[in-house]
Design a protein around this ligand. Structure first.
Ligand code: 9MR
Ligand code: 9MR
Length: 581
C-alpha cells in the first residue's frame, strides 16, 4: 500500500509507545487483568479475566477504589481454565456484587492493576454519544466545523452533486455518463465510498436504537449542526444518510443503485483532496430491498416528527413501496463488479433474508397483507445481523412490535428468539472466558458479529425476560470494550488502551496524532486478507490475529456497520439492565 510522508511521520511519533505496548506484532497480548474499560451499570453482570500462564501467588482478586485506594470487594478467582481462541490459561473474576458508583481497578497479586473502569448509572452516556458522533465525523459533502469537530475539523469532501451514471447502471433515460446529484450520506468506512447495502443496515440500527429505546437514545446529546431543531441527535444524524439514500433511487422506475464510488479506492488523503470522478453503479435487488426496509422503518420513526419534518415520513414510505415494487419486477439482480471498478462489492448471493426484512418493515409500517404474504417466518433463519444477513433485523423488529402482531406470529417470534439464542447462552455459560463465539467472531469485522449476537440476546431478553440472555449480551459488549486478550478497547479514543492507527483515511491524513474518536474497529481476523500489505502479524491463536497498523483493513478498519450495533447495544444495556433509581 502507499504510505504518505505524513503517515510515516505519524508512525515514528508513536513508535516508542507502540513498541512498549500491546501493539508489538510479535506478542500483542494485553496486560492482565482485562476488563471492560468503560465499565458497568450498577446492576450489570461484571466479569474480568486474569491470565495465569504464570502461577499466581494467591487465589483472590480485589477491586480497589482509584481515588482512595480502599478495597471495595475481595473474592476468590474461579478455577483455572483454558481458553483456546487465545491459547491461554485464565481465571475469571466475578465482580457482579460491586454495585457502588465509583472508579475502580482490579488487583491481583503478582500482576499490575487493571485499567480503570467505572461503575455508575450513566457509565455509557459519553461512549454512546461518542460512537454516534463518529457518524458526524463520517459525513460526506459537509465541512466539519471546529465548533462541532474540534481538532478534527476538516473541509467538505465529495459533494457528489455531479455523479456519473456508470455503464452498468445505464438505461434509456439515464445513459452512461449522464450526471445526477446524490449528495450527503456517510463514508462507509476507512474508504470514502458510499454503499446502499451497508448504509441500510447501519442507519436502520440507529433508528432501531431510537425506536426500541427512545428514552435512552432520544436523550443522547451530540454537538452537530442540526441540534436545536426539535429532533433527537440520533435522528438528525440518521437523516443525513437517509437523505443520501433517497437520492440513490431512480425516480423513473424506483430501482436503487448499489453504490456510489470512484473506480478505485482514493489514496490516504483528506476528503477534499480526493476529487476523482464518482459513479453510481448497477441497480440491484439487494440495494432495492435494503433500501425499502430502511425507508419503511424510517417512515415509522420520523412520523413522530411530522411537525418538524412535514411530509418526510410520507416521502420515506412512498420511496420504500416503490423500491419494493421494483424488486418484485427484478427479483434476482445480483451485484456483479464491473471490470473497471475495484471498490467494495457488498455482493450477496442469497436474498431471502433481504426479502423478509423489506416485507417485514413494510408490513409493520402499513399493515398491508400484500407485504405479510411475502414473509415466510417459518423458513427464516435467526442470525446476528450483518450486511449480508439481515434475518436478525426481522426478529428484532418483530420483537419490538409484538403487541400488534397476530397471536400466532407473536408466539413464533418469542419461540424463535429463544431457540436461536439458547446455544449462545449455553456456550457463554460454559465458556472459560464467558464469551459465546458466533460463526465469524474471528473474521473481517468480527467485533460486529459479537455485537450482533448481543443484539439478538437483547431481543430474546426483551421478549422472554430471562436474565442470562442479558448477561451474555453484556459479556459480548465487554469483550469489545476491553475484556479481550489484547486488552484493548476496540473503539478509538475510548478506554485506557485503544487503537491508534485504524485503517481510516482521515485519521491517517489529518495531521492530528490521535485517531478520530468513536470508531469501532474490525477486530482479530486470522484470515488476514491484508497480509500482502502489512508487516507480518500473528494469525494464531485466532483471538490475537490483530494489528494496530493502518495497513490492516482486515483487522483494524472502521465501518459504519460496525459502529451501529455498538450504538444499539449501549442503548439496550442502559434500557434493559435493572436500575436502582
Ligand atoms: O482502503 C480500502 C478499504 O476500505 C477496503 O476495506 C479494502 C478491501 O477492499 O481495500 C482497501 O484498499 C486497499 C486495496 O484493497 C488494495 N490496495 C491498497 C488499498 C489501501 O490499503
Ligand atoms: O465488511 C466487509 C466484509 O464483510 C467483507 O468480507 C469485506 C470484503 O469484501 O468487505 C468489507 O467491507 C468493506 C467494503 O467492501 C469497502 N469499505 C470498507 C468495508 C470494511 O472493510
Amino acid at each position: 500500500m502507499r504510505r504518505g510522508l505524513l503517515s510515516l511521520a505519524k508512525r515514528s511519533v508513536t513508535a516508542v509507545a507502540a513498541a512498549a505496548c500491546f501493539i508489538a506484532a510479535a506478542n500483542p497480548t494485553g496486560p492482565s487483568p482485562q476488563v471492560n474499560q468503560t465499565g458497568f451499570l450498577p446492576q450489570a453482570a461484571k466479569w474480568a479475566v486474569v491470565h495465569v500462564d504464570k502461577a499466581l501467588p494467591g487465589d483472590d482478586f480485589a477491586v480497589v477504589d482509584v481515588a482512595t485506594g480502599a478495597t471495595v470487594l475481595q473474592a476468590t478467582l474461579q478455577p483455572v481454565a483454558h481458553w483456546a481462541p487465545a491459547g491461554q490459561q485464565i481465571r475469571l473474576a466475578d465482580l457482579s456484587a460491586l454495585q457502588k458508583t465509583g472508579n475502580y481497578r482490579i488487583r491481583v497479586a503478582g500482576q499490575p492493576d487493571s485499567a480503570p473502569f467505572e461503575v455508575g448509572g450513566s457509565v455509557y452516556a459519553t461512549l454512546s454519544q461518542g460512537v454516534l458522533k463518529a457518524y458526524y465525523f463520517s459525513r460526506a459533502g459537509m465541512a466539519l466545523e471546529q465548533r462541532y469537530a474540534g481538532v478534527y475539523a476538516r473541509e467538505a469532501g465529495h459533494p457528489d452533486t455531479e455523479v456519473l451514471v456508470h455503464a452498468s447502471a445505464a438505461d434509456a433515460k439515464r445513459p452512461a455518463g449522464s450526471v445526477i446529484s446524490s449528495p450527503k450520506g456517510w463514508y462507509d468506512a476507512g474508504d470514502y465510498n458510499k454503499y446502499i447495502v451497508n448504509s441500510g443496515i447501519s442507519v436502520s440500527l440507529l433508528l432501531a436504537a431510537y425506536e426500541h429505546f427512545p428514552k435512552v437514545a432520544g436523550a443522547w446529546q451530540v454537538d452537530i449542526p442540526e441540534q436545536g431543531n426539535g429532533l433527537p441527535a440520533v435522528l438528525n444524524e440518521a437523516a443525513w444518510n437517509i437523505d443520501w439514500m433517497l437520492s440513490m433511487q431512480d425516480p423513473a422506475d424506483g430501482g436503487v443503485y448499489h453504490k456510489l464510488t470512484n473506480l478505485r479506492f482514493d489514496g490516504f488523503v483528506m476528503p477534499h483532496v480526493a476529487t476523482k470522478p464518482r459513479y453510481v453503479v448497477q441497480k440491484t435487488t439487494a440495494a432495492a430491498l435494503d433500501f425499502a426496509a430502511t425507508m419503511a422503518m424510517a417512515s415509522r420513526v420520523y412520523a413522530r416528527y411530522e411537525t418538524q419534518r412535514p411530509g418526510y415520513a410520507g416521502q420515506l414510505l412512498a420511496a420504500a413501496r416503490k423500491a419494493f415494487d421494483w424488486a418484485e419486477q427484478h427479483p434476482q439482480v445480483l451485484y456483479v463488479q464491473p471490470a473497471d471498478v475495484v471498490t467494495g462489492q457488498y455482493d450477496d448471493q442469497n436474498l431471502s433474508d433481504e426479502w423478509a426484512w423489506a416485507a417485514t418493515e413494510l408490513w409493520l409500517s402499513t399493515q398491508e397483507a400484500r407485504y405479510r404474504s411475502r414473509l415466510d417466518l417459518a423458513s427464516l433463519p435467526c442470525n446476528p445481523p450483518a450486511w449480508q444477513d439481515v434475518s436478525g433485523m426481522v426478529w428484532m423488529s418483530l420483537a419490538q412490535h409484538l403487541a400488534v402482531l397476530p397471536a400466532a406470529d407473536a408466539a413464533h417470534v418469542r419461540q424463535t428468539l429463544r431457540s436461536c439464542t439458547q446455544h449462545f447462552v449455553a456456550d457463554w455459560q460454559a465458556s472459560a472466558y464467558r464469551l459465546a463465539l458466533p460463526e465469524g467472531a474471528f473474521g473481517w469485522g468480527g467485533n460486529s458479529v459479537l455485537l450482533g449476537q448481543a443484539m439478538l440476546l437483547a431481543a430474546a431478553h426483551r421478549v422472554g425476560g430471562e436474565r442470562p440472555a442479558l448477561d451474555a449480551a453484556q459479556s459480548a459488549v465487554d469483550y469489545v470494550l476491553g475484556r479481550n486478550p489484547l486488552g484493548v478497547t476496540m473503539v478509538t479514543g475510548f478506554g485506557a488502551r485503544s487503537p491508534r492507527h485504524p485503517h481510516h483515511r482521515p485519521s491517517q491524513a489529518d495531521g492530528v496524532d490521535a485517531p478520530v474518536p468513536g470508531f469501532v474497529v474490525g477486530g482479530a481476523n486470522p484470515k488476514q486478507e491484508d497480509k500482502a500489505e502489512c508487516p507480518p502479524y500473528r494469525a494464531d491463536p485466532v483471538a490475537l490475529a490483530y494489528v494496530d497498523d493502518v495497513c490492516s483493513y482486515a483487522s483494524n478498519e472502521v465501518a459504519i456497520n460496525w459502529n451501529a450495533p455498538m450504538v444499539y447495544m449501549l442503548a439496550a444495556l442502559k434500557a434493559l439492565t435493572p436500575s436502582m433509581d
